[in-house]
Write a protein that binds this ligand. Structure first.
Ligand code: KG4
Ligand code: ZN
Length: 335
């Protein structure tokens, strides 16, 4: 069975084909980064317009070695995300489903991130497992018990970790999205020069906070008149050290309350090398396994949407009505 997946929740227009027997057989992602970078963040109206402009060509190039007749069902991201952007994907998916007379499956984008690692490492990642989902929009530790059964153990109370990386990067004069640029700058810096706070790191809760850390960088920067390149690099390294310390400490605590012995790092920030190195050390210390899905499946993509659609086929019959939800917490996913 082949599922065509469509993702348009934020600033990536993506289409993929998932074959139950062969796995992902085609996938394309068009990133809108160049459109939004001058604004320092995603501009919702520009995102919708560009999804509209690109969805057809991205679909055609995904299908270049296949035909629409081979598609058995269509899944698409129905939320959470930018409403205008989601509606483009939904309308396109519904048009296809109507034209092909095939079933349609609206799926939750966060849930798709949770199952994405199983596409390539399925048998190695058994239920229950923990996931740290760290992106520009989310920072959550979730216990994945089975398909449709998730427990949110902790989340950020303010900025997402990726958002903090992006904002600090911007303070340091780096371009959006700043996470990868900040990581590169940090390589030249000394992380012991600035002692930034680790907010909420030692509380009992598994919740996190990153906005105070970002503000400390701002205050520290203001104290230096005309910061040198090495000041900026030291600041980047010290910030990165503090942010990853908080994430790792919370993961360690999550293992105290969870029955899992495996953790998956997902979301754009999971690409960060220092975070991965610290995670590897922690997993050795706790005798648990850590999985890092391929970066292209950590960040937004349609392969995970097609894959989740394949897991949910036959679960429910959907009609051609709107299922789009800008806010759609995991605990509202019906089993
Ligand atoms: O999952 P993603 O591609 O998109 C969503 O936010 O949904 O994540 C993007 C985020 C951005 O905030 C970006 O700066 C951050 O992930 N990021 C990183 C790195 N690569 C991407 N943050 C820290 N280190 C990195 N190497
Ligand atoms: Zn995402």
């Amino acid at each position: 069975m082949i599922t065509l997946g469509i993702e348009t929740s934020c600033d990536e227009t993506a289409v993929a084909l998932y074959d139950n027997e062969k796995g992902i057989i085609a996938e394309e992602v068009f990133s809108q980064i160049d459109i939004h970078k001058d604004y320092g963040g995603v501009v919702p109206e520009l995102a919708s317009r560009d999804h509209c402009a690109k969805i057809m060509t991205v679909t055609e190039s995904t299908l270049k070695d296949f035909s629409l007749d081979q598609v058995d069902q269509i899944s698409y991201t129905a939320g959470p995300g930018l409403i205008g952007a989601l509606l483009i994907g939904e309308n396109f998916a519904q048009g296809l489903a109507l034209g092909l007379n095939k079933p349609i499956i609206p799926v939750n984008h966060l849930e798709a991130h949770l199952h994405a690692p199983r596409m390539s490492q399925g048998s190695k990642i058994g239920f229950p497992f923990l996931t740290l989902l760290v992106s520009g929009g989310h920072t959550m530790i979730i216990e994945v018990k089975s398909l449709g059964d998730y427990e949110l153990l902790g989340e950020t109370r303010d900025d997402a970790a990726g958002e903090a990386f992006d904002k600090v990067a911007s303070l340091l004069g780096l371009n959006y999205p700043g996470g990868p640029a900040l990581e590169k700058l940090a390589e030249e810096g000394d992380s012991s020069i600035f002692q930034f706070p680790r907010p909420m790191m030692n509380t009992d809760s598994l919740d996190m906070s990153f906005s105070g850390l970002k503000t400390s960088v701002l205050y520290e920067l203001k104290k230096i008149t005309d910061p040198s390149p090495s000041d900026l690099a030291n600041m980047a390294a010290s910030f990165q050290e503090a942010a990853t310390d908080v994430l790792i400490r919370k993961i360690e605590k999550a293992f105290d309350v969870s029955k899992s012995n495996c953790i998956v790092l997902a979301g754009g920030v999971a690409a960060n090398t220092l975070l991965r190195d610290k995670m590897t050390d922690l997993s050795n210390r706790l005798h648990v396994t850590a999985h890092y899905p391929p970066i292209k499946h950590c960040t937004d993509n349609a392969a995970m949407i097609a894959y989740l659609g394949s897991l949910y086929s036959h679960h429910k019959h959907y009609h051609l009505e709107s299922y789009v939800r800008p806010r759609w917490p995991l605990n509202e996913i019906s089993k």
